[in-house]
Design a protein around this ligand. Sequence first.
Ligand SMILES: [Zn+2]
Length: 360
Amino acid sequence: MDQKTRYSRQTILPEIGASGQDSLAAARVLVVGAGGLGCPALQYLAGAGVGTLGIIDPDRIDVSNLQRQTLYKTSDAGAPKATAAREHILQLNPGITVHAYIEELTDKNVLGLFSGYDIIIDGTDNFAAKFLINDAAVKTGKPVVYGAIQGFDGQVSVFGAGQGPCYRCLYPQPPEGVVLNCAEAGVIGALAGIVGSVQAMEAVKLIVGDASFFPLIGKLWLIDARTMETRAIRIPKRKDCAVCSRPAADIALPNYSPVCFAAIVVEVDCNSIKDAAFIDVRELPEWEAGHIAGARHLPLSVLQKNPDAFTPPEHGKACVLYCQHGRRSKKAAEILLNAGYQDIFSLKGGYEAWKNQAAL
Ligand SMILES: [Zn+2]
């Protein structure tokens, strides 16, 4: 088959060209999880001619997966995802090499696997895997194209690339307490398709590296599929990050038990979000002693009794909760996210940080 014809619609783009195509052919990308995110990512990476793809997934295809994992056919039910995905993407593009690993990613096999690839795509659906992928990627110096979906919300970022932050700069630890079982959490197929495709786009940008490309390094891209509102918030690198601030040799790999997403509170800086509605969750005397102009007052103690005391701000506005130092607002944000409210953030450093910023 004529490879020139196959890739002509992308090599005609000046940002890709023949040299970008050569970079794609030379690239090695490992996709962790061949599910809702991994399937679309694999399809676009295979189509684009990424020369070597790895697929790791221990699971077999269930009929209930097909609503979102449209790479598979009904007749694939019962087959291992990794080998079925390999077979299908080789039919799409027989000119690439695809390795299938029918196993779980663990602290034992992760370093060996990552060492054979340039870029890791995180298509997993639980915190344990996401922290393991992050820590191992930072240790081995590989960028991770991270993706996550929960209900109608999606997130994408690029972690561990260059001087950018890592996943632990965003979430230092897995959340505490019992949250949704991954198999029970609701998910809508088309959103998985959007997020997985954005992950493939980010990987192509990292591989081709044209000067006009700005991968999501240091940025968390968020989409609410209910309204199609999107935003990209800045994620600074934490100087005291337990992983990416350390020498590689000192990074110990974690071994958490799987915990699904729910109540993942994103902490933002004073100027991360334009035009946000501020909510002060401190108690009355603190509020009366001074607060952010235009903020609403809703104490944490009230929210703890009744999350529905909260009314979301007008359409499309993000909500930034704050307290004195940023701990109570995180708790309050967790309560609201668990109650099903969206676009809720916690102000890092609280009112104190805001005052210092305002004084500049
Ligand atoms: Zn970090």
